[in-house]
Design a protein around this ligand. Sequence first.
Ligand code: PGU
Length: 409
Amino acid sequence: MIRRNQAFSYLTGGYLFPEIAKRRAAFAASHPGKKIISLGVGNTTEPLTPHITGGLAAYARGLGTREGYTGYGEDQGLTALREKISAVFYPGLIGPEEIFLSDGAKCDIGRLQLLFGRGVPVAVQDPAYPVYVDGSVLIGAAGKAGPGGYAGVTYMPCTAENAFFPDLSAVPENSLIYFCSPNNPTGAASTRAQLQTLVDTARARGCVIIFDGAYASFIRDPSLPRTIFEIPGAKECALEVNSFSKPAGFTGVRLGWTAVPRDLKYADGSPVIADWNRVMTTVFNGASNIAQAGGLAALDAEGLSEMRSVTDFYLENSRIIRTALEGPNFKKAGVSVYGGGNSPYLWVKFPQKQSWQVFDSILNQCSVVTTPGSGFGPAGEGYVRFSSFGHREDIVEAAGRLGDFSVCP
Ligand code: PGU
């Protein structure tokens, strides 16, 4: 019989979110009639906004006509949309020809692994979005898991002690650095000076940064950079994945992009963009034409203002949850709350507790689902992530229940 790809046996446990869904289902089965509120997975809940819906619907209707029908599109995505992304997100920084439309940031993160292959050293913020490490394991870059994590992965702890920005002295030479800001799960948004340090380190050590900007649209502090390409030198050492999922509510519609600067080169001097084009034309067949029409609408003036309102709504949710988590019951137990403000996530430290233990207590006492911090990496132990995606009435109800939570039952 054919042999199993050994990389699968190296993966520890299941993917985090299905594991949480399993525990939620078990709780629901043993507590029939209880209303469970999810502050767990970062999944959007609010309906698509009118102008964006209009763009999607008009295109879909057009597909039913001879004039409006289109089949396979340009491999890299609609030129008009690439131009708009360049103008809206990267004015004067990244050109349309350096942008590749896709079915989402997660999918691009998976495919990006193909560029660097097995054996490449990987450095990640710890905690981090699990796809960075799990994807590296699948391609064979991470090796076997040992006591401290995967052999091929350098975990860079991001904790309250270092204000959630890692000590970059551990970054190996010629490695791939995954970096996410505003960060999932810590909610920390890196400053210009911090990202400059990151870029300088990457250039000095021959590294490539995969910068994940999926939450850039939540940044409200005008002094914070919204893309890695605002940082001088980034075009020689970074590429950026991004997404319409959170700002436009496209978690189900599916639309994202990767920006690969022409100046980004491998050790042999060849351009990374040429290989990315080869990957995308070979194992991807273009983002959905309907989704891209929605993306075009999202980047009109009306679309941009709708996305601003939706992200404002989720940020207000996070403020409501934060207020609950700063209540007397949490204060007494020494609980600290981080994140929010420029991110949809709150990252909450429970002293002397294990993440899964807190997850279970909150689920049992409040029927509220969270995400255990340890699922994002060893440095996430003791933390729990609260997502602010939810209908307002559910957020208010969850906040009320948290007000009665007993941290030390
Ligand atoms: N990048 C980061 C940092 C994310 O947190 C997420 C979603 C994505 C990319 C995915 O973007 P798409 O464009 O929709 O593919 N993170 C959510 C959902 C969980 C998941 O498995 O993607 C979360 O709760 O962390």
